[in-house]
Design a protein around this ligand. Structure first.
Ligand code: AGP
Length: 612
């Protein structure tokens, strides 16, 4: 997600801002920029890393005592120098950095266009700074009042910092829905999306609350409400946590932070796309290829690792709801086995990073064969996103831990929405059924939130696993891919050899592995396959296997058979992977921690496999 920094005081602002931007790199970004006030406004911004920004500025000496900076994680508008922040208003007097999304930016833009405003970028932020300029000119008010009045017309989320060529030592900041922290130094002020940019420069912070704004100047800091300009008494806190723990949001590892982010990330994945009442899925990428989707005889899903597992869930859901044939392939196999691809095929390429070499190569091959490629990526501007004919971003936010967690549930959510779109489009899914599923998708974030309370219990269950050398994960139907995903999570961060299997496949060989040393994790949610899974649990217990079950509340028979039980909320069969995956993520996390493994950067692994 984006990050903002700011400085106002006696020091040279430039080094404070550049170091502050580096501290925000952990949030994930694709471009950065700074604006400095040195009698005039000096703006530098660059696609890429903070190093690229520094190289752009070069050895140029910039003496300025005030400035703002930004790291951008693109959600709308390509990562490039024009879309990078900061953004300057038309008259050149005002400059802004912004973290958030202005939902009514189009109507504000139209108002400004009618007033002969022009725009260079595709960002909502540039619209906001010009709207502030417009309000200040129209209302003939001070900068802080113009910002306050303008923000009262804005719908969306924002954390902003604004400086003006005409106000040499004044910075105005405001927040609603995105975080903003003020650092209070000795005659100097810092701002940041969190305290990391200035934690070594002051431990005294003010946490701005939603709906509040602050005016920073040589006279001090004044805080008031955006809505009614009510003064707020500033409460200064002393920072107790260190840099490392702030980056992880107070969690011990990025992976745990990202597991706990899933209620929010799934909300962001469905935001503006899922409409229950009129039984609609709105995804520009799908509309763009709607004619090809109507003619499609088959969908090919390609991906690697966790993305491939999401693809398998997608196969089950799309065939179940839309009755369209789906085949799922490892991208690495697909690209070399000389597959049969027709121009009527739709290829869905799934990739969190959008840079996986095998997936990218498979896409190029599919395109050469005339297929239509739809990319499902988490990184805007990534190679796979750009190479695809159309696509949908998962909007899960940056995923830093090598083990993919929130990206998986976001990918499955997008695939479920695609299944709903296709099923409604080809008439195989009734409006009632659509609405039943869509309503349940809307309930998933709250259900995941309730499951996160299982963390302590799962940490205890992990103690029975962490010394094992092997593990089996079993599932059926929609949860067979979840068994594979759970096994991958465990093996890649704890180095325990783990395999996922369709539960019914046990009797065709794997059951020979079962003894008192073999933990078997059975994904057995309530649903069509539940009874058969109880039988599979009995088969394992009869051979002294250790059984850990993921199941519904109060399943006494499963409880009596299992050595460990993790009870989860109910949902529709086709959506159970969004819930059953969560305990498996937590289980692998705690086992890895108890084995003293490097959870966020497991040995031999990279977050994005950009080479073969
Ligand atoms: C998953 O936890 C792994 N990190 C890995 O399997 C990953 O899913 C795979 O490399 C694909 O990456 P992508 O989604 O970025 O293409």
């Amino acid at each position: 997600m984006c990050g903002i920094v700011g400085y106002l005081g006696k020091k040279d602002a430039y080094p404070v801002l550049i170091n502050g931007l580096r501290r925000l790199e952990y949030r994930g970004y694709d471009s950065s920029g700074i604006a400095l006030y040195n009698g005039d406004l000096e703006v530098h911004k660059s696609k890429g890393k903070v190093d690229d920004l520094e190289n752009l500025i070069g050895e140029k000496k910039i003496s300025a005592k005030m400035g703002i900076g930004h790291t951008r994680w693109a959600t709308h508008g390509e990562p490039n120098n024009v879309n990078a922040h900061p953004h300057v208003s038309n008259n050149g007097d005002l400059v802004i950095v912004h973290n958030g999304i202005i939902e009514n930016c189009n109507s504000l833009k139209q108002l400004l266009l009618d007033k002969n405003y022009s725009f260079k970028s595709e960002t909502d932020t540039e619209i906001l700074i010009n709207f502030i300029e417009y309000v200040q000119a129209e209302e003939k008010v001070s900068l802080d009042q113009a910002i306050r009045l303008a923000l009262n017309e804005v719908i969306g989320a924002f954390a902003i910092a604004v400086i003006s060529k005409k106000e040499p030592s004044l910075m105005v900041v405001a927040r609603l829905g995105s975080p903003l922290v003020l650092g209070i130094g000795n005659g100097e002020f810092f701002i940041g999306s969190d305290a990391t940019p200035f934690i070594d420069l002051t431990k005294k912070v003010i946490y701005l609350e939603d709906g509040e704004m602050a005016v920073l100047s040589n006279n001090g800091v004044s805080i008031r409400t955006i809505e009614s300009d009510e003064p707020i008494d500033a409460v200064i806190h002393k920072l107790q946590i260190d840099l490392n723990s702030i980056e992880k949001g107070g969690y011990n590892h990025f992976m745990l932070k990202e597991i706990f982010e899933q209620p929010t990330s799934i909300l962001n994945t469905i935001r503006g796309r899922l409409f229950v009442s009129n039984a609609q899925i709105r995804m520009a990428g799908l509309d763009k290829i709607s004619e090809k989707l109507e003619k499609a005889n088959r969908i090919l899903i390609i991906g690697c690792g966790t993305s491939w597992h999401a693809g398998l869930v997608g196969e089950y859901i799309i065939e179940d709801l839309a009755r369209l044939p789906v085949e799922v392939e490892y991208a690495s196999e697909f690209r070399y086995r000389n597959p049969i691809i027709s121009s009527d095929d739709i290829v869905i390429a799934i990739s969190q990073s959008g840079e996986t070499a095998d997936t990218l190569a498979a896409i190029k091959m599919a395109k050469e064969a005339g297929a239509c490629v739809f990319g499902i990526c988490n990184v805007v501007g990534s190679s796979i996103a750009r190479e695809s004919h159309a696509g949908a971003f998962t909007h899960a936010g940056p995923e830093i831990g090598v083990a993919s967690t929130k990206a998986f549930t976001a990918q499955v959510t997008v695939l479920a929405m695609i299944a709903l779109y296709l099923g409604r489009g080809n008439g195989n899914l009734s409006k009632d059924k659509f609405q039943e599923i869509a309503k349940e998708i809307e309930l998933i974030p709250a259900k995941i939130l309730s499951m996160l309370d299982l963390d302590d219990k799962i940490q205890t269950i992990a103690k029975s696993l962490y010394k094992s050398n092997n593990a089996l994960f079993l599932g059926r139907g929609f949860n067979f891919p979840v068994a594979l995903e759970g096994a991958l999570k465990l093996k890649e961060i704890s180095y325990i050899h783990a395999e996922g299997y369709p539960a019914a496949e046990m009797k065709h060989g794997p059951i020979a592995l079962i003894d008192e040393n073999m933990p078997v994790i059975v994904v057995a949610p309530r649903g069509d396959m539940f009874k058969k899974l109880v039988s599979n649990i009995q088969e394992v217990k009869a051979r002294k296997g250790i059984v850990i079950s993921i199941t519904g509340y109060g399943e006494s028979e499963v409880k009596s058979l299992s050595d460990g039980v993790i009870e989860i909320p109910e949902t529709l069969d086709c959506l159970t992977p969004l819930l059953t995956t969560i305990p498996l993520q937590l289980l692998s996390y705690h086992v890895a921690v108890q084995r003293d493994c490097n959870v966020d950067q497991p040995r031999n692994l990279a977050k994005s496999v950009t080479v073969e």
